[in-house]
Design a protein. Structure first.
Length: 435
């Protein structure tokens, strides 16, 4: 069988496999091993699997994933998010839609300490939605903003998706972290703008709070933000200055969050044990997918599918912007049937050579992939953030999706701005780390 045909057939079989509900990692490795056996024989396939798993699970660079996961889980379980939300509410709670805006502000700050999108969505489903219900906020607004803002972790560092993209494409994780800051803050600002306009159009969505706070109360809330800014500055700033590696940054950040939790009396042995357990479960899932994807990647390299796909995309008689739109639509469509992160691990090695060939900055592309992941996390059928909100709140999908739709405008605006002005993503890493 022609190697190209074999590679394409394997990709089709893999998609069919994953649509049956089989575990993502198992589906990927089964197709990869079968392909290697057909092309290279059983002995080579066996040795490749062993070597790929050993290289992945023994990689020092990948230790950054469990560290940032643990950092986020400690912040989640120790009540840091609750205090951030309360502080944000005191500052802007009386503004129309102020509670929803406070949710965006608190989630953005929380994400600066947390590498997990799941933890952000789960935390604010438990913390913010009941508080908004207390003040008679519409369920579609409260659930819609929590589902949407949970995705901000795809851009704001420390972002697990950025780490994985950097490993796959061999890009600097430090540059990717820096590239995500401005777009991440922009999307947070766009969320707030949507809340304000929506609340003005329909005041019943977000009745203004009658509770008042003195200047003294507001000033007392500031240390909650300052502690997060300090930790974020030390972790990301030290990483950018070359003082320590991403793994060391994750270690320092985790220790800092642990100390903050102890100081705030939010830490106990039970909380620490739960944080370690959940972070290890999530990390092992991600690392297993990466290892299995490495096996599939070796098979696809033999079939030359990445090179063929790159040559085909770059030869299309279309403007390169249209080609990139096709690429991102492909990410969105694929992510609609397969877990978004798994699809990125699977498809990025195939499409990345074409993106570079078209002359696009790999760091800019990483940010755009992050935005695509954000959208994929809130649109059906595999809408992870929406499922988390539904499971915690018990609200219907129709209610949550009706609240999510207005915030999709923010993603369209941000994506358009980044296409028109790529420097939004590349300016900061070029300024700090040079071209």
């Amino acid at each position: 069988m022609n190697e190209y045909v074999l590679g394409i057939s394997a990709c089709v079989v893999l998609i069919l496999f994953l649509m049956t509900g089989i575990e993502i990692a198992f589906g990927i490795v089964l197709v990869g091993v079968a392909g290697l056996i057909v092309t290279s024989g059983f002995s080579v396939a066996f040795n490749t699997v062993v070597q790929d798993f050993y290289d992945t699970l023994g990689s020092y660079g990948l230790t950054v994933i469990p560290l940032f996961m643990l950092m986020g889980q400690i912040a989640f379980h120790s009540g840091i998010a609750q205090r951030l939300y309360d502080a944000a509410y005191k500052l802007i709670g009386r503004v129309p839609g102020g509670l929803a805006m406070a949710t965006v502000l608190a989630a953005t700050m929380f994400k600066a300490m947390c590498g997990s999108t799941f933890a952000t969505s789960a935390t604010f489903s438990s913390v913010a939605i009941p508080q908004m219900s207390r003040y008679n906020y519409s369920k579609k607004l409260s659930t819609g903003i929590v589902a949407s803002v949970g995705t901000i972790g795809m851009l704001i560092p420390p972002s697990i998706s950025m780490i994985i993209y950097g490993i796959i494409t061999e890009q600097s994780i430090g540059r990717l972290f820096l590239a995500g800051i401005i777009p991440g803050l922009l999307i947070a600002g766009l969320f707030i703008a949507v809340i304000y306009v929506w609340s003005k159009i329909d005041p019943t969505l977000a009745p203004p709070s009658t509770e008042t706070f003195s200047l003294k109360d507001k000033l007392r809330s500031l240390p909650e933000f300052i502690s997060v800014v300090v930790i974020f500055g030390v972790v990301i700033g030290g990483l950018m200055a070359g003082m320590f590696t991403p793994t060391e940054a994750g270690t320092i950040g985790t220790i800092a969050i642990f100390i903050l939790a102890v100081i705030k009396k939010g830490m106990s042995f039970k909380i620490f044990a739960a944080s370690v357990d959940e972070s290890m479960r999530s990390s092992l899932m991600i690392l297993t997918i990466i290892a299995c994807s490495a096996v599939l990647g070796h098979f696809l390299a033999i079939t030359q599918i990445p090179q063929v796909a790159g040559d085909w995309l770059t030869s299309l008689p279309l403007h390169r912007v249209l080609v990139m739109i096709i690429v991102f639509l492909f990410y969105l469509l694929g992510g609609s049937f397969i877990d978004d992160m798994a699809f990125v691990i699977l498809i990025t090695p195939i499409l990345f050579p074409a993106v570079v060939k078209l002359g696009y900055d790999p760091v800019w592309f990483g940010v755009m992939v992050g935005i695509t992941l954000m959208v994929g996390s809130i649109i059906p059928p595999v809408a992870v953030s929406v499922f988390i909100v539904k499971n915690i709140t018990g609200e219907s999908f129709s209610t949550i999706y009706s609240g999510v739709v207005p915030f999709l405008i923010s993603f369209v605006v941000l994506g358009t701005l980044l296409f028109m002005f790529p420097g939004i993503a590349t300016w900061l890493p070029n300024l700090v780390m040079g071209n």
